[in-house]
Design a protein around this ligand. Structure first.
Ligand code: 16G
Length: 188
């Protein structure tokens, strides 16, 4: 089983989407978690009860989420957890405000298995959001740094990519992202 148990979180104990030690064993964990702790914040994998802790409302600050019931949330979480049991692919990291027990920041590392580059892994940085009430506290920078380190150190990705609006380029360039190729899409 790739998921782990919550330890020491301020609310009820639930299952993590991926093992928490993927985060805590990173070389930069102490440095990043200390910066978060100074603001009474904690980074951890997504849990089932984050539905009640404002995870979807947080994603609403990024794009349209629509109405997602608890049952739908549980079904999607379990689907991702099952994939992770075979091989970790969905690493949703959240930042919890320990005072309010609400999720105030998040980002996802999605891992893609390739044949190229000697069967390498490619990381995709997805769904970065910081609650408007908590902006200006470097939460975005810290959660993205964790994702980058997960991709680099824990999963040995040969690169990590993201797509974003032009106005966010400055933010990501501070975390070493450079412009590479264009992102194209077909909307269905
Ligand atoms: C941004 C996000 C992407 C998300 C998309 C949603 C980052 C780095 N990028 O591009 O992950 O899926 O917005 O926008 O967070 P959409 O609803 O227009 O697809």
């Amino acid at each position: 089983m790739a998921t782990g148990n919550a330890d020491g979180d301020c609310c009820e104990q639930t299952r993590y989407l991926f093992p928490k030690d993927r985060l805590t064993s990173l070389s930069k964990w102490s440095e990043i978690s200390a910066k978060l702790a100074a603001g009474n914040l904690q980074a951890r994998p997504l849990k089932l009860d984050d539905h009640e802790r404002g995870y979807l409302e947080l994603l609403e600050q990024l794009t349209v989420v629509g109405h997602v019931t608890k049952a739908q949330f549980v079904e999607r979480f379990n689907e991702m957890a099952r994939v992770n049991e075979a091989r970790e692919h969905y690493l949703v990291v959240v930042i919890e405000d320990l005072e309010t027990c609400k999720v105030v920041g998040c980002s996802t590392l999605f891992l893609e298995c390739k044949f190229i580059h000697e069967c390498a892994m490619r990381g995709r940085l997805e769904d970065v959001a910081v609650l408007d009430t908590h902006r200006g506290r470097k939460i975005g920078q810290l959660v993205v740094s964790l994702i980058v380190e997960l991709a680099r150190e824990a999963y040995k990705c040969y690169k990590i990519t993201l797509d974003c609006k032009d106005e966010l380029f400055k933010f990501y360039s501070k975390i070493r992202f450079t412009r590479a190729c264009n992102m194209l899409e077909i909307r269905f």
